[in-house]
Design a binder for this molecule. Structure first.
Ligand code: SF4
Length: 411
């Protein structure tokens, strides 16, 4: 009887890629995917530990899969929670059979001494017309609120050759390049700046669409902007986090609202249809009413298409843990509400503006597609006729918009 596995993934797209690679090793071990976790011989939970909320979700998921699994099966916990808390996690949750940090094989059959580098493991064929491709692990920055470098380590970029091989193996129409600090790709290999430009140019020869997530603003150079625009996917995911200069310095981050607006204007002058996404942290220690007003004004001026607002989460071992000026939870919620309301209106207006337009979309599944304006899983979608072929591009005309999503018919 072939042994079966179940892999449950939490957290970010980078974790999704790690899970895909774990699946590849289990398939290579001769195992098959279980249709139900209750049938699996090994249940893997690939966890997230970025913030408290994510850690709680990871623990809840581990316990729920412990309830679901069959007797005699193995419960393996991997990912950031495993890497960050290792033995402590094993002691606090005896339900877990194996805590496998990064680099520890997750197989039923031990292969002593086998090198297990998640970053370079092969991927099974993609299950959708698009796929995330993780081009580096770790991060060399030290943003005040972020613990990721403490457990994902220093940046380690892959070679362009191994990335292109993976893209060919995946055989998808769209690749979404991800890393903790994507625009710094290759810098750790001492091959000079801007390896990211060469990577994007070469990746664009292997897939119809190349999309980039997590761009640190100081690395949004003219050559990178030109290269992104040349891919035909003018989509800019800028990791801004805030816009007030003194507050960004407290976050140990570069830039300010004026610099960011200048970049956005520069891109829009080259491509008026360019699409922007960003994330902001609300309530980081020391955030004043003036800082908040500056962020509100930036959001109103920048008119980004998509924005995420996240309440500051105190993280052990981070610079921010030692800072004074805690913002009361009620005030954080109030500020989040103001920002969310403003942004929802802006997003709706940018979707309404598409009504009547004929756009090119990639059909992800029956009735559901995306244009270059929507990244998978995090932005809205384009509802299309259910008989449009999955995995193909189609030309459609937008007839209606509802919040983040639009409805379209054949052009
Ligand atoms: S760039 Fe900053 S926020 Fe992003 S992973 Fe690195 S340290 Fe964390």
């Amino acid at each position: 009887m072939q042994r079966q596995f179940w892999v449950e993934t939490l957290g970010c797209p980078k974790n999704q890629v790690d899970s895909d690679k774990l699946v590849g090793t289990l398939l290579a071990d001769g195992m098959t995917r279980a249709l139900d976790p209750g049938e699996a011989d090994v249940v893997v939970v690939n966890t997230c530990a970025f913030i408290e909320q994510a850690r709680q979700e990871s623990v809840d998921t581990i316990l729920s899969f412990d309830d679901l699994r069959k007797n005699g099966s193995k419960l393996v916990v991997t990912g950031c929670l495993a890497e960050r808390y290792g033995d402590e996690l094993a002691e606090s949750l005896p339900e877990i059979d194996q805590v496998a940090g990064f680099g520890v094989p997750v197989t039923l059959t031990k292969r002593p001494g086998s090198k297990f580098d998640l970053l370079e493991l092969p991927r099974p064929p993609a299950q959708a017309p698009w796929a995330y491709v993780k081009v580096a692990e770790g991060c060399d920055r030290n943003c005040g609120f972020c613990a990721i470098p403490s457990f994902r380590g220093k940046q380690r970029s892959r070679s362009i050759t191994s990335i292109l091989d993976e893209i060919e193996q995946l055989a998808v129409r769209e690749v979404v390049l991800v890393a903790q600090d994507l625009a710094s790709f290759g810098r750790d290999q001492g091959q000079g700046e801007r390896q990211i430009v060469e990577l994007v140019q070469q990746a664009a020869t292997k897939a119809d669409w190349v999309r980039l997530l997590y761009l640190y603003p100081s690395d949004l150079t003219d050559p990178l902007i030109e290269t992104i625009l040349a891919t035909g996917v003018p989509y800019f995911d800028l990791s801004l986090q805030h816009v007030s200069r003194p507050h960004l310095r407290r976050m140990r981050r570069w830039g300010d609202g004026e610099l960011f607006l200048e970049r956005i204007r520069h891109i829009r002058s080259a491509e008026p249809a360019a699409t922007f996404r960003s994330n902001f942290i609300v309530g980081y220690p020391g955030e004043t009413e003036t800082d908040h007003d500056e962020l509100l004004s930036f959001v109103a001026q920048a008119r980004l298409d998509w924005c995420g607002f996240f309440p500051y989460s105190p993280e052990e071992g981070t610079y921010a843990m030692g800072l004074e000026g805690t913002v009361p939870a009620g005030l954080v919620a109030e500020r989040m509400g103001e920002l969310g309301q403003l942004q929802d209106r802006i997003t709706s207006e940018s979707r309404d503006a598409l009504i009547g337009a004929t756009i090119e979309v990639l059909v992800d599944r029956p009735g559901e597609a995306r244009s270059f304006r929507e990244a998978p899983e995090i932005d809205g979608i384009v509802n299309v006729p259910a008989d449009l072929e999955v995995g193909e591009f189609a030309s459609v005309t937008v007839v209606e918009a509802t919040g983040p999503d639009v409805m379209a018919v054949r052009a």
